[in-house]
Write a protein that binds this ligand. Structure first.
Ligand code: ZN
Length: 381
């Protein structure tokens, strides 16, 4: 099966090509450039449109229906940051066997202190999306000596990386048990020993410091406790950059929880969204790698649609449109070792999104989706 997308603007994951022909052969990108003159089984008109690598959401939580919803909006890969093992097994099979859902990588069960974040949220979900699964029955880590066994159990459930949670609940208005620095360091070391990357959920500057000391590879959120122009944010961003740690942005998540605080008249924490923008700006100035992610759930942000909101928020916070698009394509692919995707180049997997207009100038164009291909399979629209 040979598909030709003719005369299309291409954002290849890193830069923009004004016009090119792109050929898909079966599951793979076969050609980018001039030379689409050989006959194709399918021809798609590219004039006035832009071809993007399939979007990669670097922070999601997958439940039934999430991966189909994501793909409809052009998110071809989801990097899940906590999924119960009973759910993960089925979702992983679904993503491997079908081309009408997004592909999936997952942390499996996250590491948190007994009773720590996010178990307070899971209790509320037991009767709905958890379908009666007992989230309180997950593995916990309460001693550094348990770290190697915890990591082995994640490997057994099919985890692609380790997620650790360092969060005392303050930003959520709670007071929760929190993982100690020595446990965080032991988990990080055990995961690296097993060949897994480590991503930390840390939501305040002091929690980020603990994560950096533990030697993590990435942060699952920007921090949200420092005021927009607090110089401490810039100093922390410089340390993140110096350690080579990447950061998943999740501005859509902060927007969602800020809206909840406003709705519930919780005036104590109205500022986490604006604080998160300050952290993001500091990280950009420092040159830290930024990965677009939403923290999508079955609620808000939504799978797929949340990614387009995230891209808008990133440009409103000061990223150029091309920087935002790279944060959703080539940058997460590089930092998660997904060498077969995230760019448009011959030999790579044909995960592609065709949109009307030019999102390299107007980021809102990412929402005007004309076509989506997953592993070369054109999606019904
Ligand atoms: Zn999350």
């Amino acid at each position: 099966m040979r598909t030709l997308i003719r005369d299309v603007r291409v954002f290849d994951g890193e830069r923009t090509i004004a016009t090119a022909d792109v050929v898909i052969e079966d599951s793979t990108i076969a050609l980018v450039g001039a030379g689409g003159d050989r006959p194709a089984d399918v021809e798609v008109e590219g004039t006035g449109r832009t071809l993007l690598p399939g979007l990669i959401d670097a922070h999601t939580h997958v439940f039934d229906g999430s991966l189909a919803q994501a793909l409809r909006c052009g998110v071809t890969t989801e990097l899940d940051m906590f999924c119960l093992p009973q759910i993960l097994a089925g979702q992983r099979r679904l993503a491997a066997d079908n081309d009408d859902v997004a592909d999936l990588r997952s942390a499996g069960t996250l590491a948190t202190a007994p009773g720590g974040h996010p178990t307070q949220l899971l209790a509320a979900l037991a009767g709905t999306v958890l379908n009666g699964l007992d989230a309180a029955a997950i593995d916990f880590v309460s001693d550094p000596a348990q770290a190697p066994a915890f990591v082995q159990a994640r490997l057994a459930e099919g985890a692609d990386y380790l997620k650790i949670v360092i969060d005392d609940g303050a930003v959520h208005g709670a007071d929760l048990p929190v993982m100690t620095a020595d446990i965080a360091a032991a988990l990080s070391a055990a995961a690296h020993e097993a060949g897994l990357r480590v991503i930390a959920h840390a939501i305040t500057a002091s929690e980020v410091e603990i994560a950096l000391e533990a030697g993590v590879d990435g942060l699952a959120h920007v921090w949200a406790d420092l005021a927009l122009d607090d110089p401490a944010s810039q100093r922390l961003a410089e340390r993140v950059r110096a350690r080579g740690v990447f950061v998943v942005t999740t501005l859509a998540y902060f927007e969602a929880i800020t809206a909840q605080h406003v709705e519930t008249a919780d005036c104590a924490r109205p500022g986490s969204s604006i604080n998160a923008i300050g952290a993001l700006r500091a990280l950009r100035r420092a040159g830290a790698p930024l990965l677009a992610g939403t923290d999508a759930t079955p609620f808000v942000p939504a799978h797929g649609a949340g990614m387009h909101r995230e891209l808008q928020l990133l440009t409103e916070a000061g990223l150029s449109a091309e920087e935002a698009l790279a944060a959703a394509t080539s940058v997460p692919a590089r930092h998660f070792g997904l060498a077969d995707r995230g760019r448009i180049a011959p030999g790579l997997r044909a995960d592609l999104v065709l949109v009307e207009g030019d999102p390299t100038r107007d980021i809102t164009a990412t929402g005007s989706i004309a076509e989506v291909w997953r592993r070369g399979v054109r999606q019904a629209r």
